[in-house]
Design a protein around this ligand. Structure first.
Ligand SMILES: [Cu+2]
Length: 348
């Protein structure tokens, strides 16, 4: 998966699992002070306030925190707010919807992902969208905004509806959060969500694999694709048991809140773009399939169990492969290979 690991992929609209019912940014009051007044008061800080848009665990990049850190910030009119993607491998957006506008249905409007930068200090009346970042291994410059008037502004990530942040804007004459306080709070939240993700990751890695005995004496092994907590996605497969024997079956099941694939490229060119039909379509056909070590096998996109526990039936989130001969069968998730989502069936 060398190529995949170094090439960032775009993100599909299929990753959007729910309408964003983002409370429209509401400029509630209008006590905007002039820039001259704010400078005279000395309240507006020069140091930009920085919010992290997601992080990956430094040790286990499969643990992706899907939050803005800190989630809530108070700033004065004119204060610069900056969002950083430095610590995430998964792409996220910073998107402010104007009143009455919500994110489109999954798959409906790729234009939403186009960056729509602010045209000046933000007043809550227009769409502002950073676009999804990062889109490759290269560093991403921070996204910066200032706010024109007092009010409460909610924003979100177009592909991770659970990511919602709030900017409370106060008059230029009032004090907002200091940059240091925002950093401290962001670090605390990051620590809390990483602990939550690590806990889920450890549980997934140490859980006994589910299996059923078949009438013919073979075993069907169940492999979980990813896991989700309220603030993280675990972008890993549950470990494939070492006891898989030729003749057994392996069933991949997606019970997480993200879409995943299990894709065996073998000697075929890898599929890298999760938006491509080839990525999303099962190959060479629907479940079940008989694995070998030369052809391409792909579950296609297995949808998330979203909303939690009320997603499509398990059969629609599952795919079974039989393993007729001993061998090593490597697979990756086309969506999450950059976060290290990969595994291997080692059949004896
Ligand atoms: Cu995945």
């Amino acid at each position: 998966m060398g190529v995949l690991a170094t090439r960032r992929r775009r993100v599909t609209l299929a990753a959007m699992t729910a309408l964003l019912a983002v409370g429209a940014a509401c400029g509630s009051s209008n006590d905007n002070k002039s820039g001259a007044a704010s400078k005279a008061s000395g309240v507006v800080q020069n140091e930009p306030i920085t919010i992290r848009a997601g992080v990956a665990d430094p040790t286990h990049p499969q643990i992706a925190v899907l939050q803005y850190m800190p989630a809530k910030v108070t700033v004065a009119v004119g204060q610069k707010v900056s969002w950083s993607w430095n610590d995430t491998k998964e792409p996220h957006s910073v998107t402010f919807f104007p009143p009455g506008q919500t994110a489109p249905d999954p798959g409906s409007d790729p234009a939403l992902f186009a960056p729509t930068p602010p045209t000046g200090a933000y007043d809550g009346a227009t769409l502002v969208n950073s676009g999804l970042a990062p889109q490759g291994p290269q560093a991403v410059p921070p996204f910066e905004m200032t706010f024109a008037k007092a009010g409460t502004y909610k924003y979100s990530c177009v592909i991770h509806p659970q990511m919602v942040g709030t900017i409370s804007v106060v008059a230029a004459s009032q004090a907002g959060d200091t940059a240091a306080a925002v950093t401290t709070r962001g670090d605390q939240e990051k620590g809390q969500w990483l602990a939550e993700g690590n806990d889920a990751f450890q549980k997934m890695q140490s859980a006994a694999p589910a299996s059923t005995k078949n009438a013919d004496g073979t075993t069907t092994w169940k492999i979980e694709m990813g896991a989700s907590t309220p603030h993280t996605d675990i972008l890993a497969y549950a470990p494939v048991p070492a006891a898989v024997k030729h003749g057994d079956k392996v069933t991949f099941v997606n019970n997480s809140m993200a879409p995943h694939t299990a894709s065996f490229f073998n000697k075929q060119p890898p599929i890298q773009d999760p938006e491509s039909p080839a990525a999303q379509k099962p190959a060479p056909g629907p479940s079940p399939q008989k694995l070998n070590t030369k052809d391409l096998f792909n579950t296609g996109t297995l949808p998330p169990n979203a909303p939690p526990g009320a997603g499509p039936p398990e059969a629609a989130r599952s795919f079974t492969f039989s393993v007729p001969t001993a061998g090593d069968y490597q697979f990756i998730c086309i969506y999450h290979a950059p976060s290290g989502m990969a595994g291997m069936v080692k059949a004896s």
